[in-house]
Design a protein around this ligand. Structure first.
Ligand code: AOF
Ligand code: ZN
Length: 361
């Protein structure tokens, strides 16, 4: 097998752990000597051993003279665990193949430099794009001190998320909805507007055949109008945070807090997207899935505050006065249109999934 093939294997392992390691990245490592795999490891959860440690433990004495493939630059710092570069040197590894450097300023290049200083041959950049993509929110949030935002919607072929009478269950197929639950699993937080709570009373939890991680539930509700009886207030399935303003009645705030909800007061009279994102970054949220409704999606679009758009498109048409995905966002001139690039197009049962990213101006 080639370096590429071993790295692809490691990346597949790491990809399978997306959603379980936050705030740490997903990482995998494979120890190879004379064409045999001697150890494999993944970072299972924050606070636990790093991928390299698991792989080296499995290889044991055999690791002497071997090559280790790692999807992220081995760390050189003492965090919750000791530095991986020490473990690699102590194990007698001869060669390290890395997919991408670690953007964490505690590591960033220092891991590679340390290994090289200790006479280990290091190759960097094997399958680099895939490795960066795997931890896109970890990279983005460290580099920008803001969470990575994904806008998500299920809609008709003509871009509608509800009929003219407000019906929205279900526009897309079971296959598309299951995929959307994987998005929830992979995000630290899920964000919706108050209309979504009032209209649908969703639980906003992750429901997949083999379970999943529930994101923190975030609601934008400037006057605290959502009912205390809402599922997200009552069910205790995941933390719920509500952003509001001073226009909200004090007794509503007290009632929600009594129910265990974190009520976050914005400085302004209205809730601004950028203030919410800044506050979420301070609360260590690296990734947010914005699930609607149309007004919330429009405000993130208008603020150009998203890094990814995921659309599930059903082969149906609602026409005319049905509700469009981006609510009140109106563009007069084609030159002013929000421009994106299609990254991926997949068929999910009868529907298609489009993953797009905003085009840089
Ligand atoms: C690695 N291998 O498997 C992971 C790494 O608090 P700690 O000790 O767990 O350190 C967390 C940081 O280590 C994290 O922010 C990232 O820079 C790096 N993650 N490094 O060598 C791994 N998960
Ligand atoms: Zn490490």
């Amino acid at each position: 097998m080639t370096d590429q093939a071993y790295m692809q294997l490691a990346l597949s392992l790491a990809e399978a752990t997306r959603g379980q390691t936050s705030p740490n990245p997903s990482v995998a490592a494979i120890v190879v000597k004379n064409g045999s795999i001697l150890g494999t490891g993944v970072h299972v959860k924050a606070g636990g051993p790093h991928a390299e440690v698991h792989a080296l433990r499995q290889a044991g004495e055999e690791a002497r003279g071997a090559t280790i493939y790692v999807t992220l630059e081995p760390c050189a710092h003492t965090g919750k665990t000791p530095p991986c570069v020490e473990a690699i040197i102590n194990a007698g590894i001869q060669e390290v193949v890395v997919a991408t450097t670690d953007p964490n300023p505690l590591v960033a290049g220092k891991g590679i430099a340390y290994l090289e200083r200790h006479g280990i041959s290091v190759t960097v950049g094997v399958e680099e794009e895939r490795a960066k993509q795997l931890n896109a929110s970890f990279f983005y949030s460290i580099q920008n001190q803001l969470p990575f935002v994904t806008l998500k919607a299920g809609m008709t072929l003509d871009g509608k998320i509800a009929t003219s009478t407000g019906e929205s269950k279900w526009i897309t197929s079971q296959a598309a909805r299951e995929d959307a639950h994987t998005l929830r699993h992979q995000n630290d937080a899920i964000l919706v507007g108050k209309h979504t709570i009032l209209h649908d009373n969703p639980s906003l939890t992750t429901r997949r055949p083999r379970g999943g991680h529930n994101p923190i539930r975030i609601v934008l509700d400037s006057e605290l109008t959502i009912p205390i009886t809402s599922k997200i207030v009552q069910d205790k399935e995941a933390p719920t945070w509500i952003y509001t303003t001073r226009r909200a009645p004090k007794e509503r705030q007290a009632k929600l807090q009594e129910a265990g909800i974190e009520v976050i007061m914005c400085d302004d009279d209205t809730i601004s997207v950028s203030a919410v994102l800044q506050d979420l970054a301070e609360r260590q949220i690296q990734s947010v899935l914005v699930e609607g409704g149309a007004e919330v999606l429009a405000s993130f679009l208008q603020a150009e505050a998203f890094q990814q758009l995921v659309l599930y498109i059903a082969p149906t048409i609602f026409g005319g006065s049905a509700k469009p995905i981006f609510g009140s966002a109106n563009i007069a001139s084609i030159l002013d249109a929000y421009a994106l690039t299609f990254d991926q197009i997949e068929q999910l049962g009868p529907d298609i999934k489009i993953t797009a990213t905003p085009r840089r101006k």
